[in-house]
Design a protein around this ligand. Structure first.
Ligand SMILES: C[S@@+](CC[C@H](N)C(=O)[O-])C[C@H]1O[C@@H](n2cnc3c(N)ncnc32)[C@H](O)[C@@H]1O
Length: 313
C-alpha cells in the first residue's frame, strides 16, 4: 500500500503509542467503516446516556446559539453520523449557507453528508476527510463560522493533546467565529463504567475493532482471544480508561511498522480514554488556549454540558 503523508503521520503516531508504557493504539483505529457503524449502535444503548443528554441541551439552546453566532458556515469536527447536528441545522436555517462535516472516517463521512444534503437542500454540504489534530488549516474561511465538536470527542484527547488542539483551534478562529463543544461531566462511577461496558458486547466489539483494523492495515497479528475487554474508571485522571488486557504472555508483530511487541500476562493495551470534566477546570483550559467561555449549558440531570466559546475580542 502506498504511504501518504496522512498514513505516515498515523503510522508514526501508532509506532510511538505501541512503544509507550502502557502500550496504546491511537483511537483513530477504532473508526473504520465497521467501527463507525458500531459506534452508532453504542449511541442507541440504554446506558450510553451521552448523545441523549446532548440532544436535550441542543434542543433547548439551539435557537440561542443561532442568535448568538449567526453562522454562515457550520463546521463539525469528528462529525461521524452527526446525530445531534440537525438541532443546529434547523436553528441556523436563517443564516446558514454551508455545512462542513470533518472526519477521519471516510465512509461514515460520506454517508452522513449524503443524508444531510438530502434533508437540507438549501445548504451546501462540503465534507472534508481529515484529522482534526493535524488538518485544521483545511477548514473553509467563509464566516461567521460555528465550529462544533460534539459527542464529547474532546474527552478522547489527553490533557496535553487537548491543550494543543484548543490552542490550534483558537488560532484558526476569526473574531466572528465561535466554538461549540459537547462535554461529558464527572458523575457516579457505576454509571460511567456501565456506559462503556454494555451486556450485549457492542462496546467491546467496537474496541476490539481497533485490533481488526491494525491487523488489516498494518499487517499486525493481534489475536482477539488472547485479550480480555477491560474498561475502568481512573479516579486520579478522571477518565474512563478503555482497553484490552493480555490473557497470557505472547508476542504480536506489526509488520508494516517493523515492530515485535512482547505482551506480559495481564499487560494492558489502552485503546481510548474518555475524560470527564468539571466546569471550572474545563473553562480554565479554554482560557489558557486563548478562548473565552461564553455559555455553559447542562441537561436537567447535570450529566453533560454544551459549551459556547469565542476567541477573545
Ligand atoms: C465519539 S465519535 C462522535 C461522533 C459524533 N460527533 C457524535 O456525536 O455521535 C468520534 C468521531 O470523531 C472521529 N474522529 C476520531 N478521531 C479523529 C481525528 N483525529 N480526526 C478527525 N475525526 C476523528 C471519529 O471517526 C468519529 O466519527
Amino acid at each position: 500500500m502506498l504511504e501518504t503523508a496522512a498514513t505516515h503521520g498515523l503510522n508514526e503516531a501508532t509506532r510511538r503509542s505501541l512503544q509507550a508504557v502502557p502500550k496504546e493504539l491511537p483511537p483513530v483505529w477504532l473508526y473504520d467503516a465497521r467501527g463507525s457503524r458500531l459506534y452508532d449502535e453504542i449511541t442507541r444503548l440504554p446506558d450510553y446516556y451521552l448523545p441523549r443528554r446532548e440532544a436535550e441541551i441542543l434542543w433547548a439552546r439551539s435557537s440561542l446559539i443561532s442568535e448568538r453566532t449567526t453562522a454562515r458556515t457550520l463546521v463539525e469536527l469528528g462529525s461521524g453520523s452527526a446525530p445531534n447536528t440537525r438541532f443546529l441545522l434547523d436553528a441556523l436555517s436563517g443564516t446558514l449557507e454551508r455545512y462542513v462535516p470533518f472526519d477521519v472516517s471516510e465512509q461514515a463521512l460520506q454517508d452522513s453528508a449524503e443524508a444531510i444534503a438530502a434533508a437540507y437542500p438549501a445548504i451546501s454540504v462540503e465534507p472534508v476527510v481529515g484529522d482534526f489534530e493535524r488538518d485544521l488549516g483545511d477548514l473553509p474561511d467563509a464566516g461567521p463560522r460555528l465550529v462544533a465538536f460534539l459527542g464529547s470527542t474532546i474527552g478522547n484527547l489527553y490533557p496535553t493533546q487537548r491543550a494543543a488542539f484548543l490552542a490550534a483551534l483558537a488560532l484558526e478562529l476569526g473574531d466572528d467565529d465561535a466554538l461549540l463543544l459537547g462535554v461529558d461531566l464527572v458523575k457516579d462511577v457505576g454509571r460511567l463504567e456501565a456506559a462503556y461496558d454494555d451486556p450485549w458486547g457492542v462496546t467491546e466489539a467496537f474496541v476490539r475493532n481497533a485490533l481488526r483494523a491494525t491487523n488489516r492495515e498494518l499487517e499486525a497479528t493481534f489475536e482477539q482471544e488472547r485479550f480480555d475487554y477491560d474498561p475502568f474508571w481512573d479516579p486520579a485522571h478522571e477518565w474512563m480508561d478503555i482497553g484490552l488486557r493480555a490473557l497470557e504472555s505472547h508476542v504480536v508483530s506489526v509488520r508494516r511498522l517493523g515492530l515485535e511487541l512482547a505482551f506480559a500476562e495481564g499487560e494492558r493495551l489502552r485503546v481510548e480514554i474518555s475524560a470527564k470534566f468539571r466546569r471550572e477546570t474545563f473553562e480554565l483550559g479554554l482560557e489558557r488556549a486563548g478562548l473565552s467561555p461564553e455559555a455553559w449549558w447542562t441537561d436537567a440531570a447535570d450529566d453533560f454540558a454544551v459549551v459556547l466559546a469565542h476567541p477573545p475580542s
